[in-house]
Design a protein around this ligand. Sequence first.
Ligand SMILES: *Cc1c(COP(=O)(O)O)cnc(C)c1O
Length: 371
Amino acid sequence: MKTETIAIHAGNHTDESSRAVIQPIILSTTFERGLDGDFPGGHIYSRSSNPNRASLESVLARLEGGVDAASFSSGNAAGMAVFQSLPPGTHIIAPDDMYHGLRNQLKNLFAGILTFDFIDVNDVDTLQQHIKPETGLIWIETPSNPLLKITDIKTVVTIAKTNGIKVVCDNTFATPICQQPLSLGADVVMHSATKYFGGHSDLMGGALITAEKTDWWLKIRQVQEMGGAIPSPMDCYMLVRSIKTLPYRVKGHVHNAQLLAEYLDQHPAVERVMYPGLTSHPQHGIAKQQMLAFGGMLSFIVKGNEEDTHNVINKLQLFTRATSLGGLESLIEHRATVEGPDTRTPRNLLRVSVGLEHIEDLIADLKQALS
Ligand SMILES: *Cc1c(COP(=O)(O)O)cnc(C)c1O
């Protein structure tokens, strides 16, 4: 089946008892035993499993081409489950521009338990030099946040496999509509479902999807169940509902992002645009090979200093000044402020989550703000 069909059908089941076409939200925390002591409904207690979560996990697994998925209460909870599943002393290689929330998690919560190096994983020599006998995981994030750098997934996977190392890919920016890392050899895909899966800026969630049901995956499942950072039945329902339109929403985001990137690229007040769909992007070739589409996120550098940059965002009428991404409405953000004092993001960089408004309205707004 094609993605559009999977998105609509893989997470929905007509309700057996009421024949409701859309699966009801099952809020019950506990499930009745049969006379033989078994659980005829297949569920025992909602921390372990719940019908709405099972539906969500089945559509997530299918969309990424995996065999199983585990959902979480946020993207960071999903990332944390990966780190908690690793034996103490494991060495992790992660990108130097890893999503700051997960980088901070490693630095603040896992120091002394795991060891890690934040490096440029795109530089093959640097990557190989940092592999140690105890390296158990290479974490990648492509396109990266906020510089939209591209990591060659197949190259990293090849190096990882020859050294017996697992690869997890944060696929939040791309979504399975634009990129399917499992098909390129990654072991597990991670998502912040808060972003494009939710798609309406009104829920938080996270997910892990696996290519194989390994012992490591069972450990991740244990972290999910025993740790309990699970999404509520209501959030699972909302996600299943939103995912039905994911393929069409993402196509719209991609369409607008490409046109906006091209507009900004030729604007005299803009120094540089980072969008993998531009031929000027240094890794456009790799992006073209491994991505099905280039996503809805872009960053651009304003000609001038931090004050000039704030003047641009403050003049915008249609773009909302807010963090996060993947919602219907366009958001713009001064990323260096969000990332704090140790950020390496340029002070005149703006990150845009390109929404689904009409492209002419978006361009008109940026035009007046940049003038
Ligand atoms: C938002 C985000 C996360 C964290 O997800 P939350 O749902 O906010 O916990 C991780 N990675 C990327 C790339 C993100 O954009």
